[in-house]
Design a binder for this molecule. Structure first.
Ligand code: HEM
Length: 392
């Protein structure tokens, strides 16, 4: 009887807690005055339903809600407002729960605190500078040639061009960031398993974001167990993770042991990597720990894979499905190609081609970064002023 009473008290306490929470969220929370579905105000499960159970549909639901509650101030869909909101002024945090889905909250991409982001970003920014990218032009050209050669060799057969493009972007990203040639363009199937696994990353992201316990539990499982039950895509993904973690470990150790360039080739390979950039940066020692650097490498490598591949696939589709676009583009490219020249046109020349620039910009417009919102939280109050442009 006594234990029954205890259960009553416990149940009542839980009910009282949730009733108070619902009351707070509906009436007292600073966000309560914003219009929108009351269910969404009460619980994140509203978002979970669209993202996890309807497969990443929350982005589209937001657009729908925006039309319905057009006067709301906490969402926006005017493209010109992008520059106003995602501006370097002020202090902005990312909402931890919306970014920490892959267990890499110590990385630049998925970290949430303004100050930590700033120092991490400052450490890797020189690596992503244009001169540094240009210095790798030889590697990029080599991969372009390899891609073209493989496509020519496959002439007359049916093959997966999308997978070839993914392999191309992976070879570029791995070469650029890690200084490693995994040579996926040489594989018969272009390592399609990893592409398929990357396409499933959206579902995984939504699941681990909303069901917070799921990611850590998955990580805690022995790899051998996962390998036994995983499909080919997941196996390829795990092998890739093991490979880049091992390479990061080796490169970081080498970077730390030689802080001045000796001029030998292996040393140069280490020098040209993001791991070395971090290892020899002004970051405090805690930021140079192997576990932290691995957390930085995963999302950054991931950021350079299917984003770029999807954009290229879209550009190829745009160009090859419209004879007029293809004709104009070829005509413009011919204008900078010197007959019999052994070198390709320079980046500077290509950047000055208006039609090529327009085609690439169009391919970038859908922003294939993933179906995720990128909310910001103003740490210091900052008023955002934006006047909707008058059309016509
Ligand atoms: C067409 C290709 C790409 C698209 C559409 C794209 C899109 C994006 C977007 C939308 C963000 C902002 C995420 C946020 O604020 O939450 C971002 C951040 C980032 N991306 Fe990309 N990206 C592309 C290619 C790349 C490549 C090739 C790399 C590196 C190899 C890269 C590395 C990064 C990094 C490091 C960040 C974090 C920057 C920061 O937080 O300061 N991205 N990207």
């Amino acid at each position: 009887m006594e234990s029954l009473n205890r259960w009553h008290v416990f149940t009542l306490a839980v009910l009282a807690y949730y009733a108070t929470l619902v009351f707070y969220r509906l009436f007292l929370d600073p966000l309560a005055r914003f219009p929108g579905p009351r269910l969404a105000a009460i619980s994140r499960w509203y978002e979970t339903y669209y993202d996890v159970f309807l497969g990443g549909k929350y982005t589209f639901k937001i657009a729908e809600l925006h039309k319905e509650y057009v006067r709301t101030n906490c969402m926006w869909r005017t493209p010109q407002f992008y520059e106003t909101l995602y501006h370097l002024d002020g202090r902005w945090d990312k909402y931890a729960w919306t970014y920490d889905a892959f267990g890499a909250s110590d990385s630049t991409v998925f970290g949430s605190g303004h100050d930590a982001h700033k120092i991490r970003r400052r450490a890797i920014a020189p690596f992503f500078s244009k001169p540094n990218a240009l210095a790798r032009q030889e590697m990029l050209c080599r991969n372009v040639e390899k891609l073209c050669r493989r496509i020519s060799d496959l002439d007359g057969t049916t093959f997966n061009l999308g997978a070839a493009i993914s392999a191309f972007t992976r070879d570029n990203a791995n070469g650029f960031i890690l200084g490693k040639a995994y040579d996926e363009l040489d594989l018969d199937d272009f390592g399609i398993g990893l592409s398929i696994a990357s396409h499933g990353a959206g579902f995984m992201w939504h699941t681990t974001k909303h069901l917070r316990w799921f990611g850590p539990k998955l990580k805690a499982m022995p790899v051998s167990w996962i390998m036994k039950s995983a499909d080919e895509g997941m196996k390829a993904f795990i092998r890739f993770m093991q490979q880049y973690e091992q390479d990061t470990r080796g490169t970081l150790a080498a970077a730390k042991s030689s802080s001045s360039p000796s001029g030998d080739t292996s040393d140069n390979v280490v020098r040209n990597t993001m791991v070395d950039q971090i290892g020899n940066s002004n970051l405090p020692p805690a930021e140079k720990r192997l576990e932290r650097v691995i957390q930085e490498m995963g999302p950054t490598l991931g950021a350079g894979l299917e984003t770029t591949a999807n954009t290229l696939r879209l550009v190829f589709y745009l160009v090859y499905s419209n004879a007029e676009i293809l004709r104009r583009l070829r005509q413009e490219l011919v204008s900078v190609a010197t007959t019999g020249a052994s070198t390709s046109p320079s980046l500077k020349q290509l950047e000055q081609l208006p039609y090529l620039t327009a085609v690439l910009t169009k391919g970038l417009r859908p922003l294939f970064a993933g179906h995720m919102d990128v909310p910001r939280h103003a740490v210091s109050p900052r008023s955002l002023r934006f006047l909707t442009p008058v059309s016509g």
